[in-house]
Write a new protein. Structure first.
Lengths: 656, 252
């Protein structure tokens, strides 16, 4: 067995969570873990795949410590990673606003927001290191928003009753990523990090049960290359593009995670995908992606649909404008249903509420799949200037896409796939079930449970990369100091490379009639219809059959023009789509198994009379960990029990 | 109101870095004006692959929401096209009319060699950053984030400079192929903040010398860079860069 047997006890998975009180676990861990001395660090190589917040911060921090890092990204520069697109902000428990925040409260909100499906110890550690992230970013020159006194400003985000979100206009992800990129650039100049841009990892190489390198394709020349190291870190982001249309970047993909799954790393909670409530609605058949409007807009914007069906119909027919509907005929349904949190309920709750109204026939725009986000009230309260200062760039972005002015007419929004909480299973040390193989950031599953709160992705990516992995990886590497650098000539590398070459030959050789995108769109439609916001047993079973059929189409009717040893975008996309199809299948299987509703996973059979998610704690209080058994075999479901030692699980309530 | 239009697109095709390139013209029918410019290229590529079984046009793009800086393209003689303050991915077809002939070229700059078709190599910008576009602080060395108050004005100005997305439009637009706007944005951001002041002199000299070494030209204050910048990075940053550079050199 390739998996680390120490993780399994009586058929259940244990995550190596340190003993002791919650608030002392991480301190105790750090006090007793093994470290690598400076002279030995120089002898050890670490591969980091990805240069987003998690990857860049990890590569930079490991480089600063003295390890030699090989850092890979598929874009032309590390600064392009999709973390750059995060708009709203990053959470931290600084309590600068004196509004009652604390590490415990951030921990509690995150656990609750995740619908009690995350690990207590991991989330507490995340909240604990959150403050150091802000300090680190400010030291790097990240220009966070400040007040006139020169101190840092905060805004509030969904799922919290305090203002703990730090921001840099509507470009917080960009500024944080550029901070990490600058730290990374410094290490490149010092020679501790070797950068490989326009390289895509296609497989991990396992030697004697340990991750020892990767096979990557040079995207410019098409050449397959081998890289060896003492440990491999996967920071390749999420798999939201399984749905074709999502807020992810065009090249964001799940292939690195999927390849390590096929080598024996467990894939955890694949069905937990986040649907973001505030995206620009779909406009046409050739649409390539969906654009997110930051959740921060819900601070000041009010969400509504018409109260009367005839008004909604008139709007859809173009006979009425939203501004024609008087206040008393507007249904501010989030404020109505959730008085305590109002427009700031967590994302899954807001998304489902929008779907409920649209399904009931109150949707606006010609498709009926949109609701309004209105700034009229904010402009009345704060003035246009203040609103422009807070959201100006987002309003401009909206106007460019939709050709409507949000200062004068309400924005139209609709939910879209945004983030995947599921991912590669990792233990407390962020090590996967394969020795020497780690996963950080969105690529792992660890901190958000069944739903991620806004402004927590940036926090988790940077926590993993700056403050967690650089410690925990040493506990592994300390045992590797006797292992000399090794050549990539060994048979394991040759075998992995051959498998990749065979796969590429096979894909190029199909010479069918279908383009990659046409098949990907079809996959997206299946996923959105049956594995999207509302899931049922019948729908999921149907999805599994449809995906199996589509897989046959893909492997029999695909057409890739051009040569394999060349810059070939269609081949890149085909390799990724081959994996998306399989990921979609596993998402459906996981959703079928989880007979409950929690966070981003909503099974229509399991809801309260009021339409709220109904968890089944007695049956499903576990992390679903899927183990690959071969292409023609069903995967095995293993379970990591979620024992809540420190807090009591409650039904999430955002009403009072 | 958006409608459907018929257009012709004249695109630079080049098989590889050393191959000889040429323009090719393609006809497109029923393009929705609501679609983005890159979605129009997607449609064209789908047509090339599916109907003509040819290689699609290679072009760089990723986030498609104007922030990653991956998309480029010279469209009708303008980097990122005829609209102002947007990237190519945010450019919409409602900027074009029925019957238009649209010319699409890669970035035209000595320091950005063509890789294939419309894709260029922009690693030179990374190299300038590696030369000094950072504050020398290791992970874990930060003091409390509120320990150093920074005036709102300085923070806001630093943010405006920091909004650069590193797309390369400034150098591509410049008749001298200068990267001054790009360099000045980073130099300004860090020089405006107390954390960055300590090594400001070293930074400005190192970044400018790397820029020269990589084959970018000099600045002659034409202002094409700022006019074409999709993020409206201001020319005043170049003035600040020059001040910083002179002060640094006077100290030598």
């Amino acid at each position: 067995m390739i998996q680390r047997e120490e993780l399994l006890k009586d058929g259940e998975i244990f995550a190596k969570i340190p003993e002791g009180p919650l608030a002392e676990k991480w301190t105790n861990y750090k006090a007793h873990q093994k470290l690598v001395n400076p002279a030995n660090k120089r002898k050890l190589d670490v591969i980091v795949v990805g240069t987003g917040l998690a990857g860049a911060s990890a590569a930079a921090s490991l480089g600063e410590m003295g390890f030699h890092v090989l850092n890979f990204c598929i874009q032309d520069s590390p600064r392009r990673a999709h973390s750059i697109a995060a708009q709203g902000g990053i959470n931290a428990a600084k309590n600068y606003q004196n509004d009652g925040d604390s590490v415990y409260r951030l921990f509690y909100d995150t656990i609750k927001g995740g619908d009690y499906r995350a690990r207590e110890a991991n989330v507490y550690r995340l909240a604990e290191v959150s403050n150091s992230i802000i300090d680190q970013c400010v030291a790097q020159g990240v220009p966070f928003a400040r007040d006139y006194g020169g101190l840092l400003d905060n805004r509030s985000f969904g799922g919290a009753q305090v203002s703990r979100t730090f921001y840099a206009k509507g470009q917080t992800g960009q500024q944080l990523l550029l901070g990490a990129y600058s730290a990374l650039s410094r290490q490149v100049s010092k020679g501790t990090v070797s950068l490989y841009t326009r390289y895509e990892m296609l497989d991990v190489v396992i030697i004697e049960g340990r991750a020892r390198g990767i096979i990557a394709r040079n995207l410019v020349t098409g050449k397959i290359e081998r890289f060896s190291a003492h440990a491999v870190v996967i920071a390749s982001g999420g798999y939201g593009n399984t749905f074709f249309l999502s807020t992810n970047a065009m090249a964001s993909n799940g292939s690195a995670a999927w390849q390590i799954y096929k080598k024996g790393a467990w894939f955890a909670n694949p069905c937990y995908a986040q649907i973001h409530p505030t995206c620009i609605p779909k406009h046409g058949e050739f649409q390539s992606k969906l654009t997110l409007m930051s959740e921060s807009l819900r601070n000041d914007g009010r969400i509504w649909v018409p109260k009367k069906k005839e008004d909604a119909e008139a709007i859809r027919a173009g006979k009425k404008k939203p501004t024609d509907i008087p206040d008393e005929d507007r249904d501010f349904y989030l404020e109505r249903r959730y008085p305590a949190f109002g427009n700031l309920v967590p994302r899954d709750v807001a998304s489902r509420a929008a779907k409920e109204r649209c399904d009931a026939g109150f949707g606006v725009n010609e498709t009926g799949l949109a609701v309004y986000l209105d700034f009229k009230y904010a402009i009345e309260r704060l003035g246009k200037e203040t609103v422009a200062a807070r959201y100006g760039n987002l309003f401009q972005m909206y106007e460019k896409i939709v050709d409507d002015n949000p200062y004068e007419t309400p924005m139209m929004i609709f939910p879209a796939i945004h983030y995947t909480m599921g991912g590669i299973w990792v233990d407390y040390e962020l090590q996967t079930s394969i020795r020497g193989l780690f996963a950080i950031g969105e690529a792992n599953f660890s901190d958000h449970g069944a739903n991620r709160l806004g402004a927590s992705a940036l926090m988790q990516g940077l926590a993993d990369g700056y403050f967690v992995l650089p410690y925990t990886i040493q506990n592994y590497l300390a045992d590797q100091i006797q292992v000399p650098r090794f050549s990539t000539d060994c048979p394991e590398f040759a075998e992995a490379e051959k498998a990749i070459n065979d796969k590429i030959e096979r894909l190029m050789g199909i010479k069918g009639k279908r383009s990659v995108d046409s098949i990907h769109r079809e996959l997206g439609n299946i996923m959105w219809e049956y594995v999207g916001m509302g899931r049922t047993k019948e729908g999921l079973e149907k999805a599994i059959t449809l995906i199996a059929d589509l897989k046959k189409v893909f492997w029999n009717d695909l057409f890739i023009p051009g040569k394999r040893n060349d810059f070939n975008v269609e081949l890149e996309k085909a390799l990724r789509l081959a994996d998306f199809i399989e990921i979609g299948d596993l998402m459906a299987r996981d959703a079928l198994n989880r007979e409950e509703s929690c966070g981003g996973h909503f099974r229509e059979e399991y809801q309260t009379e009021e339409g709220e998610a109904l968890r089944q704690d007695d049956k499903f209080s576990y992390v679903s960990c899927w183990q690959y058994n071969g292409d023609d075999q069903e995967p095995t479901l293993l379970k990591e029990p979620l024992n809540y030692e420190f807090i009591t699980r409650q039904t999430r309530n955002y009403k009072a | 109101m958006d409608k459907n239009i018929n257009i012709k697109v004249k695109v630079w095709r080049q098989a590889g870095p050393k191959a000889k390139g040429a323009f090719e013209t393609y006809e497109l029918k029923n393009i929705s004006q609501g679609s983005s410019f890159l979605e129009m290229l997607d449609v064209l590529n789908e047509q090339l692959v599916n109907k003509e079984r040819k290689e699609p046009i290679a072009f760089d793009h990723d986030c498609r929401e104007g922030i990653c800086g991956m998309c480029s393209l010279y469209i009708n003689g303008h980097p990122h096209g005829p609209d102002t303050a947007v990237t190519t991915c945010q450019l919409h077809m409602r900027r074009f009319n029925d019957g238009d002939l649209i010319t699409v070229e890669p970035w035209r700059s000595h320091a950005f060699p063509v890789i294939k078709d419309l894709v260029v190599d922009r690693r030179a910008y990374d190299k300038i950053m590696q030369a000094g576009g950072f504050i020398s602080v290791n992970t874990g060395c930060g003091v409390d984030a509120n320990a150093i108050p920074i005036s709102k004005q300085a923070a806001d100005e630093a943010m405006d400079a920091a909004s650069c997305i590193g797309c390369g439009a400034c150098a591509a637009a410049c008749k001298n192929g200068s990267a001054m706007l790009f360099v000045s944005a980073k130099v300004s951001q860090l020089a405006l903040l107390p954390q960055g002041k300590i090594e400001a002199k070293r930074r400005v000299k190192a970044m400018l010398s790397k820029m020269d070494e990589l084959g970018f030209g000099n600045c002659t204050n034409t202002g094409a860079c700022a006019a074409e910048c999709p993020k409206s990075v201001s020319l005043s940053n170049i003035a600040r860069l020059n001040r910083e550079f002179i002060c640094a050199k006077l100290g030598d």
